[in-house]
Design a binder for this molecule. Structure first.
Ligand SMILES: C[S@@+](CC[C@H](N)C(=O)[O-])C[C@H]1O[C@@H](n2cnc3c(N)ncnc32)[C@H](O)[C@@H]1O
Length: 205
């Protein structure tokens, strides 16, 4: 069976599944699968989702944490609001130097988890897109280091490439355990993958 055909069917499968299950994006299943395997988001957690539009990860996080948890979605674009009081969304730039302080004003307590599926506008030039993605992931890490509670978790999208290793080493310096995750819902051929960092050792206070 041609690989392109299988790939096409898989993408269509997650697209249709998202529609049928009322999720806002097929990306939702990347978080469902990663958290199903590693359980880094738990009931009652406070979670910050950086680069959250249209809100698929917020939807699934809301279900995991329940009404005693809290989830804040942050994006440059408007995220259609959710009716639950424990789900908030804001229009903001995760690269803004003031973003960590701004985020904290919305949270009931320091977050247990920061997740980021943020992606730049791709140029089509491989090296540029890779560098832009690593830059966004580094900014997301910076935010996580400022706001996470000790022992908190961080889950971030990366594009594979030569700048990745240095970023991963930096993350390893701050967390007890770091793993690469490639959910089935992530296109096999794409350079996209996720880094899961468990157990923040320290915070930059
Ligand atoms: C792949 S989408 C996220 C999909 C989301 N996980 C979902 O399930 O609905 C990537 C998002 O990153 C956002 N983004 C890119 N740069 C950003 C920035 N500097 N600050 C905030 N959001 C950003 C984009 O606007 C886009 O909505």
């Amino acid at each position: 069976m041609p690989k392109a055909w299988i790939r096409e069917r898989k993408n269509e499968h997650y697209y249709k599944k998202a529609k049928a299950e009322n999720y806002r994006s097929r990306a939702t299943y990347k978080l469902v699968q990663a958290n199903g395997k590693y359980g880094f988001i738990k009931l009652h957690d406070v979670v910050v989702d950086l680069g959250a539009a249209p809100g698929g990860w917020v939807q699934v996080t809301r279900k995991i944490i329940g009404r005693h948890g809290f989830v804040l979605g942050v994006d440059l674009q408007l995220i259609e609001p959710f009716p639950q009081s424990y789900v908030r969304t804001i229009i903001s730039d995760l690269t803004d130097p003031e973003i960590a302080a701004q985020i904290m004003t919305f949270l009931p307590r320091r977050p247990n988890v920061v997740i980021s599926d943020a992606a730049p506008n791709v140029t089509g030039i491989w090296e540029v897109d890779h560098a832009l993605q690593i830059d966004l992931a580094s900014k997301a890490l910076n935010v996580a280091l400022q706001i996470l509670r000790p022992n908190g978790n961080f889950f971030v999208k990366l594009f594979q490439g030569d700048l990745m290793n240095e970023f991963v080493q930096t993350v390893k310096g701050h967390f007890n355990e770091v793993k690469f995750v490639k959910p089935d819902a992530s296109r096999a051929k794409s350079a996209e993958m996720y880094l899961l960092a468990l157990g923040l050792k320290t915070t930059l206070e």
